[in-house]
Design a binder for this molecule. Structure first.
Ligand code: ATP
Ligand code: MG
Length: 364
């Protein structure tokens, strides 16, 4: 059933499981907003093929893992709709039309694509579908004509492209004046809203690994082997934290320690997850003075992270034993996603004067 609440669209690529970066970058917002908005969470399985087309089994497994993570985090399938991208054909159809509205060079100038090519070492061997995914993402979003899109900061260039597509479509096919303010595109007769990003509490959580060659800490990422996953066991969390990169010059009692969260992930994590601010202030001062070493600060972090992850882990175990419930949540969500996306596509085709025949889509 299509309701009249405002909509949210966001999602994840099934290239692994959800990690702490997803939690603070996007999932927290999703949980906070799922009562107020009609939420659509896309599991973008076709985008996973950009880097692992030869590993379809992994992608399939990851779709289920991510859906299980959603449920474990507290996303309620009776309120929110989680769905599989490749089962919503209207998205592909919009992608083709939208691809005609963006210059090729504009897509290639997207800094997130450039960063991914670098971080994931794709060189010049990436498939044609790799830049195509940035265009596809504009359709993932606009198919739902959402009000808000909760994301981490790496997604902002993609969202800017989406805003450009919406403006261009509305101007060309719906007669919206190019001087219209972004917030007024719908009242001016546009089909697509010029969407707003909604950044999380932390817009870019760093990973647990050493900095890259340019000296910057990489973002926590499923594909970069630097993540703490929401499904990691307590012992795995402990192992990852105790071997986390910190400050190589740091020797207890001899050198002051680096406490900047851009340089030392240990402090990025305490700042983000430790709710005992007095502890953080005290230990940060001692670490900076060289009177406390990594070990107690890491031990505390293990405690803090396991307190956050424990209830998620417990709920996850519940759903891991009920794979049919996970599939059902996806099936129901995908049906609802299709209902909305089909309406959008029909309206878009009408605006583009390509509405030759009516159609209905059946999903069993
Ligand atoms: P991949 O390595 O396959 O690109 P990823 O870890 O970057 O995976 P995505 O599926 O690309 O995860 O991102 C899903 C959402 O989570 C996006 O909104 C993204 O901005 C957000 N996100 C991902 N990593 C972080 C992070 N480290 N900090 C904050 N937000 C993040
Ligand atoms: Mg990513």
């Amino acid at each position: 059933m299509i309701t009249h609440k405002k909509r949210i669209l966001t999602g994840d690529t099934p290239t692994g499981k959800l990690h702490l970066g997803h939690y603070v970058g996007s999932v927290e917002n999703r949980l906070a907003l799922q009562d107020e908005y009609d939420c659509f969470f896309i599991i973008a399985n076709k985008h996973a093929f950009t880097t692992r087309a030869e590993r379809p089994d992994e992608i399939r497994t990851s779709v289920i893992e991510i859906a299980t993570d959603y449920l474990a985090c507290g996303i309620d399938p009776n309120k929110s709709c989680m769905f599989v991208q490749s089962e919503v054909p209207a998205i592909d159809e919009l992608t083709f039309f939208f691809a005609m509205l963006i210059p090729f060079n504009r897509v290639m100038r997207n800094p997130t694509l450039a960063q991914e090519i670098k971080d994931k070492d794709l060189g010049d061997k990436y498939p044609f579908g790799f830049p195509m995914y940035a265009v596809g993402q504009t359709a993932d979003i606009l198919a739902f004509r959402p009000e808000l899109v909760p994301v981490g900061e790496d997604q902002l260039p993609h969202l800017e492209l989406t805003r450009e597509v919406a403006r261009r479509f509305d101007q060309i096919y719906c007669g919206v004046d190019s001087h219209t303010e972004d917030k007024d595109y719908i009242t001016a007769g546009g089909l697509f809203p010029v969407i707003q990003p909604k950044l999380g509490r932390v817009t870019r959580l760093v990973g647990i690994g050493a900095p890259s060659a340019d000296g910057n800490l990489l973002k926590m990422s499923k594909s970069l082997n630097n993540a703490i996953f929401l499904s990691d066991g307590a012992d795995v969390v402990q192992k990852k934290v105790m071997s986390m990169y910190t400050d190589p010059k740091r020797i207890t009692g001899k050198e002051p320690g680096e406490t900047s969260p851009d340089k030392n992930p240990l402090w990025a994590f305490h700042e983000t997850f430790n709710t005992d601010k007095a502890w953080v202030d005290e230990y940060r001062a001692r670490y900076a003075a060289g009177t406390v070493g990594d070990v107690p600060v890491k031990r505390k972090l293990v405690e803090v992270l396991n307190t956050l992850i424990d209830p998620i882990r417990t709920r996850r175990q519940h759903f891991e034993q009920r794979p049919d419930d996970v599939i059902d949540a996806l099936r129901i969500g995908t049906k609802k996603a299709n209902a909305v996306a089909e309406v959008t596509l029909a309206l878009a085709k009408k605006a583009m004067k390509q509405d030759f025949f009516p159609r209905t889509l059946t999903l069993t």
